[in-house]
Design a binder for this molecule. Structure first.
Ligand code: ADP
Length: 599
């Protein structure tokens, strides 16, 4: 930004502004003081020349002085140092070449001084390219002149013939002062620039420290947020566990049809609430970067059958046709991956497809795209003939807590977290979801995933036992370590359905005592208990002298959603875990597997 200056300005301060760099300011200052110096020197020379009556030289010096005055005026009016420098250099080049070739026809100390001045001035003022250009334009002709004069007994003259002694002294003197002035001036600017760089670096360092502090603060608050969510989830899940458990028990007690209807609603709502808590927790976990993908063996067809099997009833209830097609070649393949996360992704897509479709069909298609020697690329597609999505909303539906419109919330419920979780889970594996949709016609969600293939064949795997009948747990001796009275009551009722009367320990310490003095086939261990928690109790039990007691199977019961719970359960020596609220069949199956009673 150039400040507006009046035409009659002569002050340097008015043409220097804060937005000019240190170097530019140095250039303007140099021109200002340099032109002053040149004007004084030329005036002195001019007076001297007239005193000596050298009129021809006097006219050219006058023209030069006039040009310098005009340039000085221009500088103090508009500080365009680039243009002014070029004009000065052109003038100097003309003076130099004219005096060597036309006026003096020889090279003397003034020529040498002028060339040095031009070299220094052009480099500092206009940079490397212009510096080289002006230096060579002045130097090469003079060198050529010297070469041409070679052998004519030529010596570089100190004193030009047509200039008198006093003029020469003034000129030599002024030139030297100018050379020293330019050097000194730019050296000062150079030092100042370095100083400024140092200050900037220091300021940046301080800023970085501030940034680091801010990042640390944000990390702490995000950690606090995720800890809060996880504690809250525990608090919400514990009573939910009681609600779901109770409704399960009541269902098992042959309720009247009207009671069954109420129980269904109760169970449905509790399950919905649980799904919501799980979604929020899951999203929290993904956002805080704490998701670790498993790499275990599984069969894709079996996995898809399980997912679709769970959804087919929902689709049929709505009168939708549900198709789940898979490539035959996949039946015999065992692949490596994370079946839990893959289930979560596909489950979410199918749930949405069923939820947002009123008539027609939902089609799940799993096809092999590429089958290489040890990897296979699969395309998963979920297609429906539902309400569809407007084109402009195709991006926002993947944002957390976002649904296509408020009507969606009113009509279909939901949190708007499902697709956000799906998207993040895919992105974390370097994958992308494709969507195409036509409002009123339907939607299509698909993604590719590559799996390493195991050399194992499905046939070699052990066939899973079908779920056992109600009373097959026999006389299993069960110890339950649990402090929550509602949960204790719930467990007792559930176990009585299986013909088992469990022993209850109200904290970890009691559980250890009971294991020491009693005989149990299995322990169900709540993790958060007063006096001694489940992890420590399990660790103590594993240290017992009696090898039989030290190896009693222990299943952890956890309502917590802490991220590292699984690892901690296994590292404290427990065999398995069920998360509350658990499904009775799931617990049953795990107990049977660990105690070894056939179903
Ligand atoms: P939620 O299902 O809880 O609303 P999602 O994140 O799973 O949340 O989906 C976000 C929004 O995307 C939904 O509210 C709905 O508007 C839209 N959507 C998702 N899947 C479909 C589908 N198959 N057909 C039509 N709209 C869909």
């Amino acid at each position: 930004m150039n400040r507006e200056v009046g035409f009659f300005n002569f002050s340097i301060n008015k043409i220097l502004t804060k937005d000019q760099t240190i170097l530019d300011q140095a250039r303007i200052r140099l021109l200002y003081y340099g032109l002053w110096l040149a004007m004084i020197a030329l005036s002195a020379v001019l007076i001297n020349i007239f005193l000596e009556h050298q009129y021809v030289l006097g006219i050219s010096t006058s023209i030069l002085l006039l040009s310098i005055v005009i340039l000085f005026k221009y500088l103090t009016f508009r500080p365009r140092w680039g243009i002014i420098s070029h004009i000065l250099l052109v003038l100097a080049t003309m003076v130099n070449l004219c005096s060597v070739f036309i006026i003096l026809q020889h090279v003397d100390i003034l020529t040498a001084q002028l060339i040095v001045l031009i070299v220094v001035f052009s480099f500092y003022m206009l940079g490397q390219t212009c510096g080289l250009f002006y230096s060579l334009v002045n130097l090469i002709p003079v060198l050529l002149f010297l070469i041409l004069e070679y052998d004519n007994n030529y010596i570089i003259a100190l004193k030009p013939k047509i200039i008198d002694e006093s003029t020469l002294i003034i000129a030599v003197f002024a030139n030297f002062i100018l050379i020293i002035f330019i050097q000194n001036h730019f050296y000062t600017a150079f030092v100042k620039s370095i100083q400024q760089l140092k200050e900037t670096a220091e300021a940046r360092g301080e800023l970085n420290i501030e940034f680091e502090k801010a990042i640390e603060k944000t990390e702490k608050s995000s950690q606090a947020k995720s800890e809060f969510l996880s504690t809250m989830s525990h608090e919400i899940r514990t009573p939910l566990n009681a609600v779901i458990g109770m409704s399960n028990l009541l269902m098992m007690g042959n309720p009247r049809p009207d009671q069954k209807e109420n129980l269904d609603i109760l169970k449905f709502s509790a399950n919905n609430l649980l799904a919501l808590v799980n979604d929020v927790l899951d999203f929290n976990k993904i956002e805080s970067g704490k998701v670790v993908f498993e790499n275990i063996k599984f069969n894709l067809v079996e996995l898809m059958q399980n997912i679709c099997g769970g959804q087919i009833l929902k689709a049929e209830e709505k009168g939708l046709e549900f198709k789940c097609d898979m490539d035959d070649s996949l039946k015999s393949k065992v692949v490596f991956g994370d079946p839990t996360r893959l289930t979560q992704i596909i489950f979410n897509l199918i749930s949405n497809a069923i939820k947002f479709t009123h008539e027609g069909n939902v089609w799940v298609k799993v096809t092999t795209l590429e089958d290489r020697h040890n990897t296979v690329t699969i395309n998963f597609l979920v297609k429906d003939t539902g309400i569809g999505i407007e084109k402009e909303n195709l991006d926002i539906i993947f944002e957390p807590f976002t649904q296509e419109s408020i009507t969606t919330t009113r009509q279909y419920g939901g949190t708007g977290l499902g697709l956000a979780i799906v998207k993040r889970l895919l992105e974390l594996q370097g994958l992308q979801m494709s969507v195409s949709s036509h409002p009123g016609k339907g939607s299509e969600f698909s993604f590719h995933m590559e799996f390493p293939v195991s050399t194992e064949k499905v046939a070699e795997q052990v066939e899973k036992q079908p779920p056992a009948g109600i009373d097959s747990l026999g006389n299993m001796r069960v110890l339950i370590a649990e402090d929550n009275l509602v949960n204790v009551m719930l467990m007792k009722k559930l176990f009585s359905k299986w013909g088992i009367t469990p022993t209850i320990a109200e904290n970890g310490e009691r559980a250890i005592e009971m294991v020491q003095y009693g005989n149990f086939d299995i322990i169900l261990m709540d993790l958060q208990m007063p006096i001694l928690n489940g992890f420590d109790a399990a660790t103590e039990i594993r240290k017992m002298r009696d090898p039989k007691k030290a190896s009693i199977p222990i299943i952890a019961l956890t309502a917590s959603a802490l991220f590292d719970i699984k690892e901690r359960v296994f590292s404290s020596g427990m065999n398995d875990y069920v998360s509350k609220p658990f499904k009775p069949e799931e617990l049953r199956e795990k107990m049977q597997n660990l105690v070894g009673i056939p179903g």
